[in-house]
Design a protein around this ligand. Structure first.
Ligand SMILES: O=c1ccn([C@H]2C[C@H](O)[C@@H](COP(=O)(O)OP(=O)(O)OP(=O)(O)O)O2)c(=O)[nH]1
Ligand SMILES: [Mg+2]
Length: 153
């Protein structure tokens, strides 16, 4: 990982003392993001409700990359807690605090505590295209078929 591109991160006061996002294993694709809620005020996520959870961090993603905020499968499996807008998109020119939009799809309330690993950030290259308007779409074998047009067997 020493040759990996640098990801500059600015820490906001409310994430003081929290571990920075980190890859938990050698081959992990995502670095886990931690909740920067107050230690004495955990966030209670009632069933069916959503909340924007602060990370207390500003990312300066290098030009040509995006951040994808993705759910953690453990939280989803054990508690029904996931990211509502998955994957959340962090633009390389975004200089605000990265937040995680959690939703509780389970049937019990869920407590988000300070430092809890609530989501993971995957950094991916972005391809941007120049949009050109045309009057006719080129022909292909598929044509307009979709939504199961090729059958199930
Ligand atoms: O899970 C997320 C998704 C987005 N963002 C931040 C970073 C991103 O660059 C910005 C805008 O996100 P997006 O483009 O998805 O939201 P929008 O509704 O289109 O807002 P905008 O009009 O600001 O682009 O919000 C987060 O912190 N967490
Ligand atoms: Mg947008």
């Amino acid at each position: 990982m020493s040759s990996a591109p640098a990801l500059p991160i600015v820490r906001l006061p409310h994430s003081a003392g929290l571990d920075l996002p980190a890859y938990e294993t050698e081959g992990a694709a995502g670095m886990d993001l931690r909740a920067a809620v107050a230690a004495d005020r955990p966030l209670i996520l009632l069933p069916g409700r959503r909340a924007l959870v602060p990370t207390g961090l500003v990312f300066e993603l290098p030009d040509g990359y995006e951040g994808q905020v993705r759910p953690r499968s453990g939280l989803a499996f054990k508690h029904g807690v996931t990211c509502l807008n998955t994957p959340g998109t962090i633009d390389s020119d975004y200089r605000g605090e990265v937040k995680v939009l959690l939703v509780n799809l389970g049937d019990e309330e869920f407590e988000v505590t300070r430092g809890m690993r609530i989501a993971q950030l995957v950094v991916a290259p972005v391809t941007r295209m120049r949009v050109e308007e045309h009057s006719l779409a080129g022909e292909t074998a598929r044509g307009a078929g979709g939504f199961g047009s090729t059958g199930t067997s």
